[in-house]
Design a protein around this ligand. Structure first.
Ligand SMILES: [Zn+2]
Length: 444
């Protein structure tokens, strides 16, 4: 088993209740195989006994960031749908653009987005996209951890459920356990009840989580109530998808009665604040969700609404947006923001017992940050710097599953020049937009 020593770091920890930031100065993190074995004061471990040593004096070690909802290959469409309403965003831009996709595009798009995320300190992504078999190949090659679902629309019928079943059987728990498969129907407004029930049956039969968009904006909830007397959350409850382990993307338009149902069921919520700001959407009611005990995690969504896959920006916006909406700067303080970025994001993915903390027994998904940049100086408060000042370029070294995948800002398993060349090659074909060729129509 490979052994790894992170030597003499400042290790980020939070108090057990998550209310305080408690950095451990001059600590070593010892890794054996995929897991952390010890977090201990420097001076006890002999570096010559380890296969790899990362000298981290003056640097910060913290859990890798977790992106709880993305469509990573959409980096291919960055900048192609700006300043438009949600209806036009789907009907005139995204769904026509996606009719251009070949499996090969998804592969290179996934590698491009994965390279961006790893260099920015993101070690896990819950992704929801088409051709996920090649997406899984890219994730396996990159060294990243992923919860991967093959996106499905109800109009695709049983064939889509069959494809998903084959995908799950082939890829769940693959890549040394780094890949978890998920069942990924698109949303209650693009999947009829029978299709949602069929998806829930797959969750039961295969023992994997569901990942779905729900109540993205309040208008969806209102329309659903008008049309059928049920909120999108109630639709999920009646069709069997509102359950322990389900990842709900956004939940910006939920009602107080929905929040009760969500808490009872034990779902987690993925929160992508930059997308909500850009599309002028409602905002996930994080304080109410957290008060009800619901896990809320950070997300970027796809890069056509979010432009980058930068979770530091999401972290900052998550805290600021709640302060702004509440008109109270005390809302969502620093320790809580860091809790959401680490342990709570892990809880959204059902992995709170093994991800999101630098702790013995946890999986070794770790990042080493250099906060020596001028934008951190003088560094009075580590927590404040992590939430409000940190840039992806502050990330020096990234470890996933005990393996170093980025060392001193160099990717070890992905050649960025090749990936950019391959992703750009198809740019003209991918950017064609024929609205009549859209793969779905947005009618919530
Ligand atoms: Zn999404």
């Amino acid at each position: 088993m490979t052994t790894l020593l992170l030597l003499d770091a400042t290790v980020l920890t939070l108090s057990p209740d998550g209310s305080r930031v408690q950095p451990l100065a001059h600590h070593d993190v010892l890794v054996e195989g995929q897991r952390i074995t010890h977090v201990q004061p420097t001076g006890q471990a002999d570096p010559s006994h380890f296969d790899e040593v990362v000298r981290a004096a003056g640097r910060v070690v913290m859990p890798g960031l977790i992106n709880t909802h993305a469509h990573v290959p959409m980096v291919l469409f960055r900048g192609l749908a700006e300043d438009v309403s949600i209806d036009r965003w789907f009907n005139e831009f995204i769904w026509p653009l996606e009719s251009n996709l070949h499996p090969d595009d998804v592969y290179w798009g996934m590698l491009l987005g994965t390279a961006e995320m790893l260099l920015g300190g993101v070690t896990t992504v819950a992704d929801h996209y088409f051709h996920m078999d090649v997406g899984a190949k890219a994730i396996a090659e990159s060294g990243m951890r992923g919860v991967l679902g093959w996106a499905m629309f109800g109009s695709q019928g049983q064939a889509a459920l069959d494809t998903t079943e084959r995908f799950v059987r082939q890829h769940h728990n693959s890549a040394d356990g780094r890949i978890t498969a998920a069942i990924a129907p698109h949303a209650p407004y693009t999947c009829d009840d029978d299709f949602l029930r069929g998806s829930a049956r797959l969750v039961d039969a295969l023992g994997v989580p569901a990942h779905i968009h729900a109540a993205e904006v309040r208008a969806q909830t209102d329309l659903s109530l008008q049309k059928r007397g049920l909120t999108p959350i109630q639709v999920l409850e009646q069709t069997g998808l509102l359950r322990q382990g389900t990842i709900l993307a956004h939940a910006c338009g939920v009602l107080p009665s929905d929040i009760e149902l969500m808490a009872e069921a034990g779902v987690g919520v993925a929160h992508a604040p930059k997308t909500y700001l850009k599309l002028g959407m409602d905002v996930t009611p994080i304080p109410a969700l957290r008060q009800a005990g619901i896990a809320v995690g950070l997300a970027t969504d796809g890069a056509v609404s979010n432009n980058t896959l930068d979770l530091w920006e999401a972290l900052r916006l998550c805290a600021m947006l709640q302060k702004d909406r509440a008109r109270q700067p005390e809302v969502l303080p620093i320790a809580e923001a860091l809790l959401i970025a680490t342990r709570e994001s892990a809880r959204v993915l059902g992995m709170a017992d093994r991800l999101g903390a630098v702790q013995a027994g946890y999986l070794a998904d770790l990042i080493v940050l250099d906060l020596g940049g001028l934008h951190h100086q003088p560094l009075h408060d580590l927590g404040a710097s992590l939430v409000y000042n940190t840039l992806p370029t502050d990330v020096q070294t990234v470890i996933v599953n005990g393996q170093i995948v980025v060392r001193d800002r160099v990717l070890r398993r992905i050649d960025p020049a090749t990936v950019v060349h391959q992703a750009s090659r198809a740019m003209q074909r991918l950017a064609q937009r024929v609205p009549a060729q859209r793969i779905q129509t947005y009618q919530p």
